[in-house]
Design a protein around this ligand. Structure first.
Ligand code: SF4
Length: 217
């Protein structure tokens, strides 16, 4: 049962089109939690490391409901860095939403509510945070989860291919390859994926194409 006392530090709650994953383009309510223990070199949500406001589960659910959406994405920062995140995910599922969670891959996903689709990063050497990957998460990936590699260069791409092989990742969950924005030319990544016949989904961040780099989109 969720504790009525559960509260979380929320940076923002907004309605937009999902910009990533297989849910790209779907109208979605985003619940962005404040804070992240990592410092990826390419981070595009540094603004959410601090600030926001403390809200109870009830207040968060009321705000989410205003948008009348089917899909809710809990993101950050790193949402699982807050203890109350599990209660939030459960409460959103109980309320009937189709819930996804975007997580860095550095936090334990084993007790995430099984109704949630987990979009889990694997941090490449180019992120500067490779050492934070929690490899013990891999057995907990479900068929409806997704694994995301954000790639800065060819060395990251080659490293990611090795990880796909080592953990047979494409047999567990769909895999996403995404170029670091304004760093790795998307056409280069597209060509590599085609040349290698990789069973991965290359993706661009729709929200940046539509609205540029800013909070609330
Ligand atoms: S895990 Fe995500 S939010 Fe945290 S520093 Fe890396 S890119 Fe930014």
């Amino acid at each position: 049962m969720n504790s009525p006392m559960t509260s979380l530090r929320i940076f923002e709650i907004f309605h937009s089109l999902q910009g990533e994953s297989s849910r790209v383009g779907l109208p979605t309510v985003f619940v962005r939690l404040t804070g992240c223990p990592l410092r990826c070199g390419y981070c595009d949500t540094e603004y959410a490391f601090h600030g926001g406001s403390t809200q109870t589960l009830e207040e968060i659910l009321r705000e989410v409901a205003k948008y009348q959406a089917h899909y809710v994405c809990v993101t950050g920062g790193e949402p699982l860095a807050q203890k109350g995140c599990h209660d939030l995910l459960k409460a959103l599922c109980d309320a009937g939403y189709d819930v996804s969670l975007e997580t860095s891959g550095a936090m334990d996903i084993s007790s995430v509510d099984p109704r949630v689709s987990v979009i889990m990063d694997i941090k490449t050497p180019g992120s500067g945070e490779e050492s934070k990957n929690l490899w013990a998460n891999i057995p907990y990936l479900k068929a409806k989860d997704e694994v995301k590699f954000v790639l800065a260069d060819r060395a990251d791409y080659d490293w990611a291919k090795q990880i796909l092989d080592k953990y047979a990742l494409t047999e567990k969950s769909p895999v996403l390859f995404s170029p670091v924005y304004k760093t790795l030319p998307p056409a280069d990544l597209a060509r590599w994926v085609l040349e290698d016949h990789l069973p991965v989904r290359m993706q661009l961040q729709l929200h940046k194409i539509l609205w540029g780099e800013k909070p609330g989109v």
